[in-house]
Design a protein around this ligand. Structure first.
Ligand code: NAD
Length: 283
């Protein structure tokens, strides 16, 4: 396992699992499998409506809470709610999270940020993240300026077709980490079946997906691939026993197409505030 050291000294595992689109039962099974296989970073969110199931899986796994890097995200509908962090912790069944993101940059994000800062001071949150702020030019910088406690991590779409080259220059300046969502292009076959990945997979005795994940880690990106398949969950974590050469990294860099799979418009993002997760119905 490799780690990324956050700008507050906390160490974050470079690979984990994400449970976006998973039903509570799917999330519970996937997280439990992942923890049994040695995965120690779990990424969920208020909006995924599987935080209770994620918490159950952690307890069932028998892995100690302090050995897990637990990540979740506040949804815009609760940014202004002073109980938002406590309610999130209650659903997860834990008294702290390792990293808490603002999920979307809606116009009330400052209230959410102050809420998280308060939770950091109270020992309920160990580090702060902002997600999808890259959609608006200049907003990541604004968040850094606004912050009393600077963000430790951004979570943004990133993969070989959209490597976030410009954003990474900015993050380097502030010592902020990048956690890549859609690290496998949301499973896009065109990406996974690129000949360069097939060639390298044959060379290293790995799968194309493992080559992509290894490229991320060597580029400094933390990965949270989603999978319900126990073999893929295991494979996605089995990426720390080989290294790509500089030449291979460059070859992969040439795949950059400036292609985002998800293109949320400013209007869509503004609209996220109007939707609220159904916390009461959550299993
Ligand atoms: P992904 O890029 O991780 O791709 C998942 C797809 O790849 C699935 O179809 C899966 O079956 C397939 N796959 C997984 N492992 C594989 C393997 N070893 N071989 C072949 N195929 C494999 O996309 P995702 O799961 O949608 O995203 C990952 C995580 O990112 C989410 O679970 C979530 O935690 C996070 N995310 C965050 C945001 C945000 O707004 N912050 C948005 C989207 C996703």
């Amino acid at each position: 396992m490799e780690f990324f050291t956050l700008n507050n000294g906390i160490k974050m595992p470079m690979a984990g699992i994400g449970v976006y689109t998973f039903t509570p039962d799917e999330a519970e099974a996937a997280v439990e499998n992942a923890l049994r296989d040695g995965v120690r970073l779990i990424d969920t969110a208020n909006a995924y409506q599987n935080e209770r199931a994620t918490g159950r899986a952690i307890r069932k796994s028998g892995v100690k809470r302090e050995d897990i890097f637990l990540v979740t995200k506040l949804w815009p509908s609760v940014y202004e709610d002073e109980n938002a962090v406590d309610d999130t912790l209650r659903r997860l069944g834990t008294d702290y999270v390792d990293l808490l993101f603002l999920h979307q940059p809606t116009d009330n994000w400052q209230a959410g940020y102050r809420n998280i800062e308060k939770a950091v001071k109270a020992g309920k949150v160990r580090s702060i993240g902002i997600s999808n702020f890259d959609v608006f030019p200049g907003l990541t910088e604004s968040a850094v300026d606004f912050a009393e406690i600077k963000p430790q991590t951004v979570q943004v779409e990133a993969h070989p077709y959209y490597p976030q080259t410009e954003l990474k220059k900015l993050l380097k300046k502030y010592g902020i980490g990048l956690m890549a969502w859609y690290p496998l292009g949301h499973g896009d076959k065109a990406l996974i079946e690129e000949p360069v990945f097939r060639e390298l997979a044959a060379k290293y005795g790995k799968s194309s997906a493992q080559i992509i994940l290894r490229w991320h880690v060597e580029s400094g990106n933390v990965v949270i691939p989603g999978s319900r398949n126990p073999r893929h969950i295991r494979d996605n974590f089995d990426i720390f026993d080989f290294a790509l050469t500089d030449e291979e990294m460059e070859k992969i860099a040439s795949l950059d197409k400036s292609l985002r799979y998800y293109n949320g418009t400013p209007e869509q993002i503004a609209g996220f505030k109007a939707w609220a997760p159904d916390f009461d119905a959550q299993k």
